[in-house]
Write a protein that binds this ligand. Structure first.
Ligand SMILES: Cc1cc2nc3c(=O)[nH]c(=O)nc-3n(C[C@H](O)[C@H](O)[C@H](O)COP(=O)(O)OP(=O)(O)OC[C@H]3O[C@@H](n4cnc5c(N)ncnc54)[C@H](O)[C@@H]3O)c2cc1C
Length: 337
């Protein structure tokens, strides 16, 4: 372990926080920004700091409104301005396509500048109730306490990759997932159910026959719609445009049919995959009537936000995170005042 890291751990060990957040995806970062900006001493622990603010490759809707509504305006606006590549219009809604690495880099730097926020790389593998609050233990032996806890572990709880070339037990390469939080969480009243999400492949831009790509309406060029009604959108994943995500709306992924499906589209006949299509199964906490942008709360000190709370996309994940962060900060304020 590097010296600086060891020092950071010593400083954090046994510390008491107002709000602890597990997982730094879109839900976790929104929760962290919202809680710390409300004055709460906040800790955000995530398995990989390289994956802070990680996005899939799908388009981002309502980014501007989200920022305004949830008090994340400054960070979100800047992250957006720096990382936007293009936009698409789907179902009459305009959405942005972002360069994920630029978006992530900006968020990470912005969070590191937040005065009341400690950001830490580790896997939380044990949670216990500690009076009204919570104790957390990590894989590296760190022990923390917090008045309120936000679980934002994305698709990592009980994860299983079930199709394609990414077989394994992590939702993303190089990110160690959750190791057994489901037991303790069930004990504290979380009803966990298994769900499944389908992910399309990313392919080399050079393997697409662009002369056969016919954009429609505002969707032209690289962010184009192809396939004569097949509903496939080509979305670049970074500003250099070398990698393209094939977004296929509302279709079940079937391992055997996958290959044929793409190659039946004239512009995609010679596709070379970078990452194949796959499906991921994982646990979510039962929503118990929560709205799309509402976090799931168990009592007033435990919250679930993001994919683990059933959020369908970035926007819901962020809105749930920001709401959970604000609420957790307000509940813990009763303790620190
Ligand atoms: C493979 C995949 C692709 C998707 N693509 C899109 C898309 O293109 N567009 C879209 O709108 N939505 C997409 N979604 C839905 C997506 O879940 C949400 O959009 C949103 O980004 C989820 O954010 P999150 O914060 O809940 O989770 P995540 O972004 O997954 O973040 C959770 C974080 O928690 C960390 N973590 C997990 N367990 C622990 C632990 N025990 N201790 C410490 N850290 C832990 C993980 O390492 C991870 O970094 C996709 C989902 C999946 C699974």
């Amino acid at each position: 372990m590097a010296g600086r890291d060891r020092m950071g751990r010593k400083l954090l060990n046994n510390r008491q926080f107002n709000v602890a957040i597990v997982g730094a995806g879109n839900a976790g970062i929104a929760a962290a920004a919202a809680a710390s900006r409300r004055g709460a001493e906040t800790v955000l622990i995530s398995a990989s700091l390289d994956a802070v603010a990680h996005l899939g490759h799908g388009p981002f809707y309502q980014l501007r409104e989200l920022g305004r509504r949830h008090g994340l305006g400054g960070i979100l606006r800047q992250a957006l301005e720096r990382s936007v590549i293009d936009h698409v219009v789907t179902d009459g809604q305009r959405a942005l396509i972002l360069d994920g690495s630029i978006y992530q880099g900006y968020w990470k730097q912005a969070l590191e500048r937040e005065e009341k926020l400690s950001l830490f790389q580790d896997v939380v593998d044990e949670i216990t109730k500690n009076g009204r609050g919570w104790s957390l233990e990590t894989a590296w032996g760190l022990s923390l306490r917090a008045d309120t806890l936000i679980i934002a572990v994305g698709a990592f709880m009980g994860v299983r990759t079930v199709l394609g070339n990414g077989k394994g037990v992590s939702a993303r390469p190089r990110e160690e997932g959750d190791k057994g939080l489901e037991g303790p969480l069930a004990e504290f009243g979380a009803n966990l159910l298994r769900t499944r999400v389908e992910i399309s492949p990313t392919v080399h831009a050079r393997s697409i026959d662009w002369a056969r790509v016919h954009g429609s309406g505002e969707n032209r060029g690289r962010a184009a719609r192809v396939g004569g009604g097949a509903g496939v959108l080509l979305l670049p994943t970074s500003k250099d445009g070398n990698e393209i995500y094939l977004l296929r709306a509302g279709k079940e992924l079937r391992a055997h049919a996958e290959h044929q499906f793409w190659r039946a589209i004239p512009a995609l006949r010679n596709l070379e995959a970078i990452r194949g299509g796959r499906a991921i199964e994982h646990l979510v906490v039962e929503e118990s009537g929560a709205a799309d942008q509402e976090p799931v709360a168990i009592g007033d000190t435990l919250y679930f936000a993001g994919r683990v709370a059933g959020a369908a996309g970035y926007e819901d994940a962020m809105a749930q995170g920001a709401r959970a962060g604000r609420r957790a900060a307000d509940v813990s304020r009763e303790t620190w005042q």
